[in-house]
Design a protein around this ligand. Structure first.
Ligand SMILES: Cc1c2[nH]c(c1CCC(=O)O)Cc1[nH]c(c(CCC(=O)O)c1C)Cc1[nH]c(c(CCC(=O)O)c1C)Cc1[nH]c(c(C)c1CCC(=O)O)C2
Length: 342
């Protein structure tokens, strides 16, 4: 049962590693031709995500093709609203869309706290198949959206530059906002526990829309729910990635998590000072660096590794890899981390 490559887990736990582990946010499903071939077979994103054998296949592709030190289960953060009773669609080239976004108290009351096995069994089955087929080569990362980020999609009904409908609800009806955030949190805790039982070796919480809240709103509407999740989830290392929440790094460092994800606007040295020595940092190359030539990529990756130092660092991008990135440039990123951090 022991992993052949457990660099990611050791780095997360603060144990010594002989080199820096590396993986990429959104490594499954955005850049590989091999992914698009399987997606074609499944017919749609949701078809693929709900077919465990195929989801497992595209989860393992980046391990085989790119040489990353971890797999991340192929799914989406929006499976939680769906499981709670709010179906979504993935509109080609536009992203997620909820035909019936949450608007009223009755809408919130109608939603249920989802159960991992009965409502999200297809994800758990994909995790079990992935674990079997990975054959302990690398750890498998499970994940969920942070309650605030899920709330933002459920109220807004789609992506948005401002998420002003969702933010309006925070200001006009804080009580209803908290009621919905709590339902999402309870669903998420059950889901993450299910993922761990199914075999996830580490979990990451994506708070992708953290940065559009004020520090005060973040303290009121996001951090308390992240705290509940971090306290409830035990047994595997936990990563919190709050995009653009540079203002909340010290408070995030107080959460019961092991790793803090940084985006490229957050300076590694300053971040280390803010969070102290007892957390691992993950990140944070600007995904746009991968549009540059190989020499520039190598230089930027080396600068990043120097700034983080050799221990308590998991190399990654500062956000998900962009869909039009050349896989050879991604390989250059990965190879440079492996060689230079050794
Ligand atoms: C905000 C968010 C979402 N989803 C996710 C986040 C948090 C991370 C982040 O901030 O980027 C997380 C996510 N979504 C997906 C994964 C799979 C695992 C991985 O690749 O790391 C993960 C970890 C698959 C997906 N999720 C989605 C796709 C593309 C759908 C397709 O293949 O047609 C994939 C592979 C669709 C999706 N899903 C979402 C959006 C905005 C979109 C449309 C834009 C896009 O392509 O990313 C919501």
């Amino acid at each position: 049962m022991t992993l052949k490559n457990d660099l990611l887990l050791r780095a997360a736990r603060g144990e010594k590693t002989e080199r820096t582990p590396v993986w990429l946010m959104r490594q499954a499903g955005r850049i590989l031709a091999e992914y698009r071939a399987v997606r074609e077979k499944a017919g749609s994103f949701i078809g693929l995500a709900t077919t465990p054998e195929l989801a497992a296949e595209v989860t393992i592709q980046p391990v085989d093709i790119l040489g990353v030190d971890a797999a991340i289960i192929f799914s989406d953060i929006l499976v939680i609203p769906e499981a709670m009773g709010l179906p979504y669609e993935m509109v080609e080239k536009r992203g997620p869309w909820f035909p019936n976004p949450v608007q009223t108290q009755a809408d919130v009351e109608r939603l249920k706290v989802s159960d991992a096995e009965t409502d999200l069994g297809y994800v758990l089955e994909a995790i079990r198949i992935t674990k079997r087929n990975l054959n302990n080569r690398v750890p498998l990362i499970g994940f969920a959206g942070a309650p605030w980020t899920i709330f933002a999609y459920m109220i807004e009904g789609s992506g948005s530059k401002t998420f002003s409908k969702a933010k309006r609800m925070l200001y006009t009806d804080p009580q209803l906002s908290h009621a919905l955030l709590q339902k999402i949190t309870d669903s998420t805790i059950a889901y993450l526990k299910g993922q761990i039982i199914a075999g996830a070796d580490l979990i990451q919480i994506f708070d992708s829309w953290a940065g559009i809240l004020s520090p005060e709103q973040y303290r009121t509407f996001s951090l308390p729910y992240l705290k509940q999740i971090c306290v409830a989830i035990q047994g595997v290392p936990k990563t919190v990635f709050a995009k653009d929440a540079w203002f909340a790094r010290e408070e995030i460092a107080q959460l019961e998590c092991d790793t803090i994800g940084l985006d490229w606007t957050m300076d590694p040295i300053e971040s280390r000072q803010l969070v102290g020595p007892n957390k691992t940092l993950q990140g944070n190359l600007d995904p746009c660096v991968l549009y540059a030539d190989y020499q520039t990529i190598e230089k930027e990756v080396k600068n990043m590794l120097k700034a983080f130092g050799p221990q308590r660092h998991i190399a990654n991008l500062g956000h998900g890899v962009y869909p039009d990135t050349d896989p050879d440039k991604v390989r250059c990123f990965i190879e440079t981390v492996k060689e230079y951090s050794h």
